[in-house]
Design a protein around this ligand. Structure first.
Ligand SMILES: [Fe+2]
Ligand SMILES: [Fe+2]
Length: 274
């Protein structure tokens, strides 16, 4: 198992910046439903810089590429290259893990399964990708990893990361692409009372709910947004954005969404799918 250790800037609180579903193309002019994804990604990074947001690490929760190209992953790496903080990433359904590992495996870009965060937290990073299909699944190996990491650090609060949403979010079209074996996933989660939160990507919208006694959160995509609570495919006109997550010593999680300003990255609202 690949384990890392991250220390916070103030020794008390760990601050994470979630960037997700960048859907980048090799062609910097490539667009998804009318949105240039490299440009919208850069706009999100620019806004985070302009707001001087303080963070200890980036968490990139999948669908970083739309075309599986090495160049698309290089665009991702280039976007955050000005920051010295590590970026822990995981694959989404749109990613090619071979290309991803080849490119996102340099200096601050890290693929690992367990990150010990300061003295009080750990982050467990799961792979829920099923090659070639949009839905997710956690293999027995991943469930074992989850179990082992939790058992190995019983005194630490835990944050679990995966790409697919592990529960229904009230959109039939999107929920068919959720984590398919969520029953066993939640059985494992509920056996451990030190898990405080789950963070996912995939749904291209802000989500922050309590479920089974813990927090389940998702962030807006850096490109197109899906309309919440819509049974059929529908886009939302909200702006691209990110999520900030603060993990406190006592197990408390403080989190909020940030978005870019203006109207430069609105998708073609008449699109019927993607
Ligand atoms: Fe996505
Ligand atoms: Fe996805």
């Amino acid at each position: 198992m690949r384990i890392r250790h991250l220390f916070s800037q103030d020794n008390h609180t760990i601050r994470l910046l979630q960037i997700t579903d960048t859907h980048l193309f090799a062609d910097p002019h490539g667009s998804l439903l009318g949105v240039n994804t490299v440009a919208s990604y850069k706009a999100v990074i620019g806004e985070i810089r302009d707001q001087y947001i303080v963070f200890d690490a980036i968490i990139a929760t999948g669908d970083l590429s739309q075309d599986h190209s090495a160049e698309s992953y290089q665009h991702f790496a280039d976007g955050i290259s000005g920051w010295i903080q590590p970026c822990y990433w995981l694959p989404g359904n749109h990613d090619c893990q071979l290309e991803m590992l080849a490119v996102l495996n340099q200096s601050t870009l890290v693929r690992c399964e367990q990150v010990l965060l300061g003295e009080h937290w750990q982050m467990i990073i799961l792979d829920s990708q099923v090659k070639g299909v949009p839905h997710g699944y956690v293999s027995n190996k991943q469930l074992m990893l989850l179990e082992q990491t939790l058992i190995s650090q019983p005194k630490r609060h835990a944050l679990v990361l995966l790409h697919h949403h592990p529960l229904s979010v009230g959109s039939a079209w999107l929920d068919q692409h959720q984590l398919h074996n969520q029953g066993v996933f939640w059985l494992c989660i509920e056996r451990h009372n030190n898990i405080k939160g789950i963070v996912c990507g995939h749904i291209h919208q802000a989500l922050d709910i309590q479920y089974a006694g813990l927090r389940v959160m998702a962030a807006p995509s850096t490109c197109i947004q899906f309309l919440p609570d819509s049974d059929d495919f529908a886009l939302d006109s909200t702006n691209p954005g990110w999520r900030e997550i603060s993990l406190h010593q006592d197990g408390t999680i403080i989190s909020k969404i940030g978005r870019i300003k203006g109207s430069g990255f609105h998708p073609d609202m008449n699109s019927s799918g993607y």
